[in-house]
Design a binder for this molecule. Sequence first.
Ligand code: PHE
Length: 466
Amino acid sequence: MENEIKPRNSFTGSIGFVLAAAGSAVGLGNIWRFPYLAAKDGGGLFLVVYLVLALTFGFTLLITEISIGRKTQESPLTAYKVINKNWGFLGVFSFVVPFIIYPYYCVIGGWVIKYMATYLAFQGQAAVQDGFFTGFITAQWQPIFFTVLFALMCFVIVYKGVEQGIEKYSKVLMPILVIIVLFISIYALFIKYTDPETGITRTGLQGAAIYFIPDFKGLTIKKFLTVCLDAMGQLFYSLSIAMGIMVAYGSYMKKDVNLGKSVNQIEIFDTGIAMLAGLMIIPAVFAFSGREGMSAGPGLMFVTLPKVFASLGKFGEFLGLIFFVMVLFAALTSAVSLLEAITSSMMDKFKWERKKATLVMAGASAVVSLLVCLGYNVLYFELLFPTGSTGQILDILDYASNNVLMPIVGILTCILIGWVAKPQTVIDEITLNGEKFGRKTLYIIMLKFVAPILLFVILLTGIGVI
Ligand code: PHE
C-alpha cells in the first residue's frame, strides 16, 4: 500500500508539463493528416477555419479535461467519479479509448521505424518502388518486429515515470522535432523541379502560395461545411482530446502552475507544428507532382513523400532520414501519453505500483498489437464501414475510437461539466491562484451549448449518418 502514502508524481513545472502535453498533441495527425486535409480543403480557407475553431472549440475541450485532472488528482478511469459519483462510467469510457488506440498506434510507430531504418541504410530508393509499403505491412514478421521495437521504447519511458521518463524525454525530443520541422519547411520553399515528361518546372514557393492563399473558387455552402467539419474533427484528434490523456497529464500538473496560460501554449505549439508540417509537405509535393499529387490522401507520407525525397538526390536521402526521425519522435511522445493514461488508471484504481501497472498494460496491448499486425496477412478480411470505406483490424479499432467513442466522451464531458457539475467547477480550478480567466463567458457558452452540438455533428458524420 505504499502508493497511498507516496505523494502523486508530478511534472517539475510549467515547461515540463507543456512540453509533455504538446508531445502528446503533436503526432501523426499534425504531420500526416493536417497537410492533406489542408490541401484538399482549399489551403488558406482551411487554415482560417481551423484557427478560429482552435481558439474556441479546441480551447474549451482542452482546458476542461486538464482541469478535471488537476482538480481531482486522479487518472481518467477514476477522475469522473470524483466530480460526480454517478459519472464513474465516463471514466471507463475514457479508459477504453486509449486502450483501443495504443495498440494500433504502436503498429504505425513500427512502420515509421521501418522507414527510418530504410533511410539509415541508404535504401531510400527502395522505398520508392511500387508496392514497397504494401509489401512491408503485409509481410509476416517484419511489422511485428518493428512494432515490438516501438512498443519497447514507449514501455521504457512510461516505466521510468512522470518526471524521469515522460518529462525528461519530452524536453529533449520536442525541441529537436521543432528544429527538424523548421529546417525541412524552409528547405521545401526552395525546391525546384522540372518534370522530365512534360518539361514543366514548378517551385516550392508556388506550392506555399497555394497552401496559404484561400481558394474560394467554386466554394459552395456545402463545401464550406465540409471544410468546417474536417477542421473540427482534425482539431479534436490533434489536441489529444477525449482520450483520457489530458486528464492524466493534468493530474500531474502542480497546483501553482498557471493552467490557462499552459493551455494556450499547448495550443500554439500544436497548431504551429501542424501549420509548419503543411509548409514542409505541400510545397514539396506540389513541386514534384503538381496539384494532383497533393490530394494523395493517406498515402501521402509513406508513398508520395519518399518519391519526393528520391527526386532530390543524395540530399533527399538525408532529408528522408531526418524526416522519419522527426516523425518517430512525434509518434513516440503521443504513444507514451496513451500508455500513461491507461497505466495511471490502473495505478489509481487498483493501487498498483507503476512498474506492475506498466508491465500489465504494455503486455495486454502487445497482444492486441499482434492481432493488428496479423490483420494484414493471416487474419486478413475486409470490413465495410457505414462511412463507405473498407478496412482491417487497425481500421476497426480506429473507427471504434475516433468515429464513435471519442465524440461520445466529448459530449458526455460537456454535459457533466456544463450542466451537472456546472462550469464553475472548472473555472475555480483555472483561477485557483487568482489568475484571470479572459475567455470565461465564451468558455461557458461553448461548453454548455456549442461544443456538444458540434461534437454531435462529428459523431453523426463519423458513423456515416450525414
Ligand atoms: N494528437 C495526436 C496527433 O495529432 C493524436 C494522438 C495522440 C493519437 C495521442 C493517439 C495518441 O497525431
